[in-house]
Write a new protein. Structure first.
Length: 444
């Protein structure tokens, strides 16, 4: 027997169907074979590698302010619509599911925030942001948006990185109270030349802006300055307005395994020393000391960061003739032993002083971590599975890294950090390095 449908029920059911149809794609069910619609912003450098790692999905839109630097990526995805301004892209692309952000550091926060506010899943290159204030804001916005996030510290997918968690948390070397972490950046293999300029004065000449570059959009929220090839492309990382040197670059990679294994959060204090300070440019080398409080049953930890070719003392337990990797590494000092990590991002850990390789085996070199790191994010976008470096993890990690950068800029004096109020309580002058005033027309 058919039941008549009242006008009120018809209107109610029709409205419900319309509401489901209007849901953003991110809130509709995705099967494993359902491809995501992905856009990428900043595709000329690392962004092109990030794109290749997600190329099995639908690459529907690409955005870059430098048509020449990004030409190879535009050519690789001819079907994707092209944009110069990411804001225009978000206004026009109504069916995006996810966004890859690989701009210079100073644009990470404004681009990522726009993606989150549009309800998109986000993969953002490291460091998550250029300032401490931005890192906190992005982590909070991601939690509110309830989307899948991942920061591009690809070493989190290394088997060795995951093995470190098991070793440390199972007590393989006892309680860890001291850690040394290093990278030779900005040098190359501990020697000159530099990957990018650091410890230099700001250029005074004003060459013409290349016709293929939108310099105003490249600057984004950063203070205005004339174009110079000392900044773009790629060479921006050693300038405080755009990056934070070796600490902001490889510090995120090499400190992530430490934060994961030791369950670190905000430091209590930070102090530093460095080569000569220059107003605009990151010093050539720095040494940063963090003090972290106890966490439950875990004791306080002192963490030392070295860059620019500086290294910690060679551990006595290292085999005869053995030397520390001059490029990247981690040394965990436990009450009952030490773990040495050779390579970046936790790639090759081994326990020093053990005979043989059982039960702690050094994993082989892992060339597929980048693809797996991206695949982990893709899976999260589709089914809500966890990621190893989501913004809940990446936000506090980035904050701590950038607190070290702020301390270096402040002359290295010991700073006491209050995470709740986001202030240095013993030296208010240092708080100026936690954020800056955006240029007119830009907001977070």
């Amino acid at each position: 027997m058919n039941t008549p449908i009242t006008r009120r029920a018809f209107v109610r059911n029709t409205a419900a169907l319309a509401a489901v149809a209007a849901l953003p794609r991110r809130l509709r069910a995705h099967s494993a074979g359902d491809k995501l619609n992905i856009a990428a912003i900043g595709i000329g450098g690392q962004g092109s590698a990030d794109l290749r790692a997600v190329a099995m999905e639908n690459i529907v839109a690409l955005c870059d302010v430098d048509a020449d630097y990004a030409a190879h990526a535009f050519a690789e995805y001819p079907q994707a619509r092209r944009y110069t301004d990411f804001r225009e892209m978000f206004d026009r692309e109504k069916d995006l599911d996810a966004v890859v952000v690989a701009t210079p550091d100073h644009l990470h926060a404004v681009v990522t925030m726009a993606a989150l506010q549009h309800g998109k899943h986000v993969y953002c290159e490291k460091p998550l942001t250029r300032t401490v204030h931005e890192a906190r804001a992005i982590a909070q916005a991601a939690a509110k948006a309830k989307v899948a996030t991942q920061m591009g510290n690809q070493g989190m997918a290394f088997a060795g990185n995951r093995q470190l968690d098991e070793w440390i948390q199972s007590g393989a070397i006892g309680a860890v109270r001291e850690v040394h972490v290093w990278s030779d950046r900005p040098t190359q293999r501990g020697k000159m030349p530099l990957w990018w300029p650091q410890g230099v004065e700001r250029p005074t000449d004003t060459p013409p802006v290349p016709e293929t570059l939108n310099w105003d959009l490249w600057l984004g929220p950063a203070p205005h300055r004339p174009y110079h090839p000392a900044y773009a492309p790629f060479r921006w990382r050693g300038w405080w307005d755009f990056g934070s040197g070796g600490l902001g670059d490889m510090g995120i990679h090499n400190l992530a395994p430490v934060f994961s294994a030791l369950k670190l959060g905000a430091p209590e204090t930070v102090s530093a020393s460095s080569t000569a300070l220059v107003d605009d440019s990151v010093p050539l080398a720095s040494l940063v000391h963090y003090r972290f409080p106890a966490r439950g049953d875990l004791p306080p930890v002192t963490l030392h960061w070295y860059d620019g070719g500086l290294l910690p003392a060679r551990p006595d337990e290292l085999e005869a003739g053995g030397e520390l990797d001059p490029e990247d590494g981690i040394l965990f000092v436990g009450d009952e032993g030490k773990i040495l990590v050779e390579g970046w991002g936790g790639e090759h850990p081994r326990i020093l002083g053990r005979n043989g390789d059982q039960p702690y085996r050094r994993p082989p070199s892992d060339e597929t971590a980048h693809a797996r790191h991206a695949a982990e994010w893709i899976a999260a976008c589709k089914n809500g599975s966890p990621t190893r470096s989501d913004f809940r993890f990446a936000g506090p990690l980035t904050e701590a890294v950038l607190l070290g950068a702020a301390c270096v800029r402040n002359g290295g004096r010991k700073l006491v950090w209050d995470s709740a109020s986001m202030t240095f309580t013993n030296d208010p002058r240092a708080n100026q390095y936690l954020h800056y005033t955006y240029r007119d027309g830009w907001r977070l």
